[in-house]
Design a protein around this ligand. Structure first.
Ligand SMILES: [Zn+2]
Length: 211
């Protein structure tokens, strides 16, 4: 299964309000649902192999829950909020506002989905590796780094394709769509856009072991 990430042009065209070009895939039937599913499958396959090399076993997330608006699942006592995607450690699941994510997919191209899902799965990995950070911002920046490392590895393996120079556009995508939770508006919680991009770039260039 080979996917082409259309990132650079999409951002430019998106900003101009033009129609989003379609991403290409082997079956010629690319859709938002397809991209979301693929982002999850490829990312978890990547981590499964990575854990194997460490002599460990990756535990796949228990559920992957689309929701709309306020109808999302609680995480412990925390209600899901609109326009968000999150990892819930209590149930070891990921939930995402599908309307919000689809609008990003429409406006920015599939790169947005391929940044958000690996970022959230990065939190699922942290829960298993017990990285033990004290500060939320450290967790967030590492998840950004994991997302970069996952993506570049999938590109190198041929599962995903980018065009030359797409790294910069991925960084733009991260800035605009990486983790736009409430916290995203609070620079102290997630790190500044520059810090997040630098973290993503570290993973992209040097792999997840550099995170
Ligand atoms: Zn996060």
């Amino acid at each position: 299964m080979k996917r082409i990430l259309i990132i650079g042009l999409v951002l430019l065209l998106g900003a101009c309000g033009l129609t989003r070009p379609r991403s290409m895939d082997a079956r010629g039937a690319d859709s938002f649902e397809d991209d979301v599913r693929t982002a999850r499958t490829l990312t978890e396959a990547f981590w499964q192999q990575y854990f194997q090399r460490l002599g460990r076993t990756y535990r796949p997330i228990a559920d992957f829950v689309p929701y709309s608006g306020n109808s999302g699942p609680n995480c412990g006592n925390e209600p899901a909020v609109p326009n968000n995607a999150f990892y819930c450690p209590v149930g070891h699941f990921i939930a995402y506002d599908q309307d919000w994510m689809e609008s990003l997919w429409n406006e920015m191209g599939d790169g947005s989905v391929y940044v958000i899902i690996p970022h959230e799965l990065g939190h699922a990995v942290q829960a298993q590796l017990q990285t033990g950070f004290q500060l939320n911002v450290q967790m967030e920046l590492q998840a950004d780094c994991y997302a970069g490392g996952t993506l570049s590895s999938l590109v190198r393996s041929g599962a995903l394709e980018t065009q030359p120079g797409d790294e910069d556009e991925l960084l733009l995508s991260l800035e605009a769509a990486g983790d736009p939770t409430d916290d995203w508006l609070n620079p102290s919680a997630h790190g500044t856009a520059e810090q997040r991009q630098a973290s993503f770039a570290t993973g992209w260039r040097s792999g997840v072991s550099a995170c």
